[in-house]
Design a protein around this ligand. Structure first.
Ligand SMILES: [Zn+2]
Ligand SMILES: [Zn+2]
Length: 442
């Protein structure tokens, strides 16, 4: 059987399950959960894998679920298809969890529906009779790097080391036997067309910043206090002042938030907490901007005679997609969506922990349309369920065929030319080297 015939069979199998796959995507959309807490979503994935006759392993990096299927047409590389389980807190999103505020404003529900749909299509069509090597269906936790204080507490309690899903899975060895991997993020940007592959994505470092002043009576004795909020404001103003030193080509993004701004209004704030990312196109650019950001935050403490604790946490690595996989994806998807709807997407300034995998193995991370509104915005919604849910399922499954049919010739081609920049040990050592805690007394 040719690859084209096999892909047609898989597509037909996915179409037969269309209602079920869309239902799964919608069920997840209506039950959004934050990273490392995706308990209901993980259970749904495990149950669905179970119904397909797979033997999933759950609880990986807290909530990850992995199921492997070996091809019956010989040995070959192991290809992982990923779907991210988590949502994020977006104020005012209409389909947010009333308790946690979590909402699927990044379309991860479609990623998981696509992952499950791909498994259904490949299994129902008996595609594994014609594939060599192995496919790993992997629902992964916590791509959105938020809820930082809770995650830091989990790390202190020894439940996590890295605070993002894929870095933590890498650390725990759950990707040790994976040779190449792929996932698809949704896009709501019209300029991305129906689908396309980005040239690269920013990486990031994550920081928590705590200004410690001295509380005192805000009316009766402000002179006895040290105002941590004013120290933080000066720190933030200093961060804004250094923006003009960032080069356009480094695409630096620094976007702090205040997570605690004072205890109550008649008390001079004794403690103020901030979080920020420092994002950039290259590791060098991120580290350079990070040094300036630290200096700016110190300035706030210096001005007020306050203290500042700056904790720098490993974030996500810049991402580069494998060119051989990108070509394969393009060749297949142009035929599916039409040349005019396919895009070679440029550099994207968001970050994803797919970048971390791209440090150690060839990866592919296309974007798929079907959403409108602003990514991470309250108006974000999936409007084309066929494209977002079924299109993702078909695109993932088609890559499994392209890479693992014909004795896995496609994946062997990819691995022959791929030069991931780091070994897994080098990656872990690099990320551990980022972690740093500084206390500056102003
Ligand atoms: Zn995302
Ligand atoms: Zn996102």
């Amino acid at each position: 059987m040719t690859k084209a015939e096999l892909k047609q069979r898989v597509d037909a199998a996915i179409d037969r399950r269309a209602e079920e796959i869309i239902g799964l995507g919608e069920q997840i959309r209506q039950n959004p959960e934050l990273g490392f807490k995706e308990v209901k979503t993980a259970r749904l994935v495990e149950e669905t894998f179970g119904k397909l006759g797979l033997a999933p392993k759950g609880g990986l990096a807290m909530t990850g679920v992995r199921a492997d299927v070996a091809g019956r047409a010989g040995d070959g590389p192991t290809f992982a298809l990923l779907g991210e389980l988590d949502a994020l807190v977006v104020t005012g999103h209409p389909v947010a969890d009333p308790q946690t505020g979590a909402a699927h404003a990044c379309g991860h529900n479609a990623q998981v529906a696509g992952l499950l749909g791909a498994a259904m299509g490949l299994l129902d069509s008996k595609a594994f009779d014609h594939l060599a090597g192995r496919v790993v269906f992997f629902a992964v936790p916590a791509e959105e790097y938020g809820d930082v204080e809770w995650r830091v507490a989990q790390a202190r309690a020894g439940k996590l080391e890295f605070l993002g899903g894929k870095p933590e899975l890498l650390r725990l060895g759950h990707f040790d036997d994976v040779d190449l991997s792929m996932m698809i993020h949704m896009t709501s940007r019209p300029e991305d067309g129906k689908t396309g592959v980005p040239a690269s994505n920013n990486g990031c470092i994550v920081k928590t910043v705590r200004y410690i002043g001295k509380a005192s009576h805000a009316g009766g004795a402000p002179h006895m206090g040290v105002n941590a909020l004013y120290a933080a404001q000066i720190g933030l103003a200093a961060v804004n002042a250094i923006r003009e030193t960032f080069r356009d080509e480094d695409t630096i993004r620094v976007h702090p938030i205040i997570t605690h701004g004072g205890s109550q209004v008649n008390v001079i704030p004794g403690e103020v907490r901030l979080e920020t990312y420092v994002r950039g196109r290259t590791v060098e650019a991120i580290l350079d901007a990070n040094r300036k950001v630290d200096r700016a935050f110190r300035a706030g403490a210096l001005a007020l005679g306050a203290k500042v604790e700056i904790e720098t946490l490993p974030g996500y690595m810049p991402m580069t997609c494998d060119q051989t996989m990108a070509r394969m994806y393009r060749d297949h998807m142009v035929a599916v969506v039409g040349e005019e709807h396919y895009r070679q997407i440029g550099h994207r300034t968001g970050s994803t922990d797919m970048g971390d995998l791209s440090m150690v193995m060839p990866v592919l991370h296309p974007y798929m349309g079907g959403a409108t509104g602003s990514g991470h915005g309250a108006d974000y919604q999936i409007v084309d369920q066929k494209l977002a849910y079924l299109g993702t399922a078909k695109a993932l499954a088609a890559m499994a065929v392209d890479l693992l049919a014909d004795g896995a010739a496609g994946s062997r081609d990819v691995l022959k030319s791929a030069r991931p920049p780091m070994t897994r040990e080098q990656y872990l050592a690099f990320q551990r080297g980022i972690a740093r805690r500084e206390v500056y007394e102003g």
